[in-house]
Design a binder for this molecule. Structure first.
Ligand SMILES: O=C(O)C1=C[C@@H](OP(=O)(O)O)[C@@H](O)[C@H](O)C1
Ligand SMILES: C=C(OP(=O)(O)O)C(=O)O
Length: 408
């Protein structure tokens, strides 16, 4: 499904409930499978969470997790440590290009029986679950934090717990802290200090009800809309002032675009308070890689220069996001230089009209470019990709005055 998108009203007002964080949901589902006393509230309705839940219910055999990176990584560790289970985990064409060797190597050193079905280092994987005895493992930490979270989530279920020694500069650190906080919330002891993580062995936990906060990465598109609009008041729930999600740094970053965040009870109110903004934004997004696309497109829409660093993980996500951003921004008239870990955008004098934005099976390409329709009519290819993290995205956008029409 391709969509033609327009937006005529410079004033935006809306009140939306955003689905639960997929990162929190997927961690909690793994923990719940290991410790049945956990009850989860506000679970994400994203495809990535649905596939993970179904895989856990199936418990073995052939499992296809499509595009879901966290599901692939978390389930690899989960099944490797689950005695007497045999599973083949596969995914989309892109999933078969997303590296998993660092995690598989670590699990194999812990005693796991995992084989590559096709290419070494990439899914699909053949896993024969067994008891893992080794209780200390070293892991390169600068490629994806998901490998580390995957090990942390199974750590407490191992006979002696698990020590993880991190090598190199740690990336996406807030996601590691999220894993630790969720374990602690469930009653599992653990610590993360310098380059060492330790998770204490835990046989049982007290029954606990844990509420998932709504997804901050999904909120980023509304920050972008508020920044681009002439006036905006957008209320989003359910959010907390002290969030486990690193992407809550949006509140700080979008202040530079004139958007203030007010916290009221369990909701946030995004208010456009000023049209003054700097000529150039410079951010290191090592800790919040998922909002890079949103910020780049906001800057393009507002005619601002933007320098983003710390983007070394973007090449191995749903698509090569650095290349995808460059190609699509240049179609609209911006100039983009990319390196292996950075992006520099210089906006053009005007924005091209009716450009078809390609989405490359990446939900965030579709959602990040959508706010651009407030400045120039655009078309979005394969708009259904949003369901990976935010199935209600287009419906919610209509509530903000966007007109979306299906086109061939
Ligand atoms: O652990 C998680 O839930 C995630 C970690 C991040 O991945 P990397 O650590 O690979 O950057 C992030 O991009 C992804 O969307 C979700
Ligand atoms: C990178 C993402 O997800 P994953 O790695 O879990 O596929 C994302 O949602 O932006």
């Amino acid at each position: 499904m391709n969509l033609s998108l327009t937006h005529q009203n410079p004033e935006v007002k809306a009140d939306l409930k955003i689905t639960g964080s997929k990162s929190e949901s997927n961690r909690l589902l793994i923990l719940q499978a290991l410790y049945p006393g956990i009850e989860i509230e506000n679970l994400s309705n994203s495809d990535d969470t649905v596939v993970l839940k179904k895989a856990l219910e199936k418990g073995g055999g052939l499992i296809d997790i499509h595009h879901a990176g966290t599901a692939m990584r978390f389930l690899t560790a989960y099944f490797a440590a689950k005695e007497n289970c045999e599973v083949e985990i596969t995914g989309s064409k892109r999933m078969k290009e997303r590296p998993i060797r660092l995690l598989v190597d670590a699990l194999q050193r812990m005693g796991a029986d995992i084989e590559y079905k096709n290419e070494v280092g990439f899914p699909p994987l053949l896993i024969k679950g067994k008891k893992l005895h080794v209780d200390s493992v070293r892991l390169k930490a600068n490629v994806s934090s998901q490998y580390i979270s995957a090990l942390m989530l199974i750590g407490a279920s191992l006979p002696n717990g698990l020590e993880i020694i991190l090598e190199g500069q740690v990336t996406s650190t807030p996601y590691i802290l999220m894993s630790l906080e969720i374990l602690q919330h469930a009653g599992i002891r653990g610590e993360f200090k310098d380059d060492r993580i330790y998770i204490q062995p835990t046989k049982e936990i007290e029954p606990t009800r844990i509420a998932v906060e709504s997804d901050w990465s999904s909120a980023s598109y509304f920050y972008s809309i508020a920044a681009i609009a002439q006036s905006a008041e957008i209320r989003l729930s359910n959010y907390r002032k002290t969030s486990r999600q690193g992407d809550s740094c949006l509140a700080r970053i979008y202040r530079s675009f004139g958007v203030e965040t007010e916290f009221h009870g369990n909701s946030i109110l995004l208010k456009k308070v000023s049209s003054k903004r700097p000529k150039c934004i410079h951010e290191d997004l090592r800790n919040s890689p998922d909002i890079a696309q949103t910020i780049a497109v906001t800057c393009l829409a507002l005619g601002m220069e933007c320098k983003l660093d710390g983007l070394h993980t973007l090449k191995i996500k749903e698509t090569d996001r650095l290349q995808a951003l460059k190609t699509e921004i240049e179609k609209l008239g911006g100039k983009v230089k990319i390196t292996l870990d950075s992006l520099h955008l210089v906006p053009g004098n005007s924005l091209n009209k009716d450009v078809l934005i390609q989405t490359y099976n990446d939900h965030r390409m579709a959602m990040a470019f959508a706010p651009m329709a407030m400045k120039t009519p655009i078309k979005v290819e394969d708009a259904g990709v949003v369901s990976k993290s935010y199935p209600d995205f287009w419906k919610d956008l209509k509530n903000l005055g966007f007109q979306a029409q299906e086109i061939i």
